[in-house]
Design a protein around this ligand. Structure first.
Ligand code: IPE
Ligand code: IPE
Ligand code: MG
Length: 243
């Protein structure tokens, strides 16, 4: 019965319009740990574990781009031990999962000011991106030291040095952002029940549908991802027109 229900759900998802690009704010690791009397960093460890099945499920469904908010420009405000653990988990994740992601056809790329990450993190990212560069099934876009305001300022400043006299157009600005070449997200998911953007993709989310999940990120699973996609498919996007 359960199988039949999930087959029907599966067919319904694949028959509907799929979001090309899903962006996720992976929030709630700290609360997940605190609820269990554990250190926040154990929530981050569990949160990293939760990511792999989501990436695999998104690739299986046929999503083209999955962008995940892993570390914001404001997250440096956290205690230095927590920041160190997060950077270490990134290196661990890339070392242990890149080969399997490559087998799944996933290309890894990043957004954010990567040059300001600790050197081991930068080196792991460079290695993982090179390893997976030829993969075409899905892009896993890791937002690291990412803040949308920082991204927009970096884009505008770089654009200015290259184009002194022109006026900046929407297309040009988009092409100078870290997300250059990617479609804008169709669906934004935030876990842990918070209703805010937290400096994520401010330009690119202009017409994204938003899905807030009450599930804390370490408990977020493929079932919840499919629920978000079904909710997206039930929405009526108007893009400012009469639709
Ligand atoms: C999200 O979980 C992960 C990062 C921001 C790195 P949090 O650490 O923000 O968890 P909460 O919001 O405190 O529960
Ligand atoms: C957003 O979550 C950043 C990431 C998930 C990486 P935060 O937990 O940092 O956001 P706020 O502080 O609740 O707005
Ligand atoms: Mg949080």
């Amino acid at each position: 019965m359960q199988d039949r229900a999930s087959n029907l759900e599966e067919e319904a998802i694949l028959a509907g319009d799929l979001p090309r690009h899903i962006a996720i704010i992976m929030d709630g690791n700290g609360r997940w740990a605190q609820q269990r009397g554990l250190d926040r960093t154990l929530g981050h460890r569990q949160g990293v574990k939760a990511l792999k099945p989501i990436v695999k499920e998104a690739a299986r469904i046929g999503i083209e781009v999955l962008t995940v908010y892993a570390f914001s420009t404001e997250n440096w405000r956290r205690p230095s031990h927590e920041v160190e653990v997060l950077m270490g988990l990134l290196v661990e994740f890339l070392a242990s999962e890149t080969a399997e992601l490559k087998d799944e056809g996933v290309r890894i790329r990043t957004i954010g000011d990567i040059a300001r990450l600790p050197l081991p993190a930068q080196q792991s990212l460079l290695w993982a991106q090179t390893e997976t560069a030829a993969q075409t099934r899905m892009i896993l876009n890791l937002a690291l030291n990412y803040g949308a305001r920082d991204e927009i300022l970096r884009a505008v400043n770089r654009w200015r040095t290259e184009n002194q006299d022109e006026a900046l157009s929407e297309e040009q600005l988009s092409s100078y952002l870290d997300t250059a070449g990617l479609p804008d997200p169709d669906l934004l998911i935030r876990s842990s029940g918070e209703f805010r953007i937290s400096n994520f993709l401010l330009w690119q989310l202009a017409y994204a549908e938003i899905y807030i999940s009450n599930i804390l990120w370490p408990d977020f699973d493929a079932v919840e991802l499919r629920r978000a996609i079904r909710a997206y498919q039930a929405r009526h996007r108007r893009f400012g027109g009469l639709g």
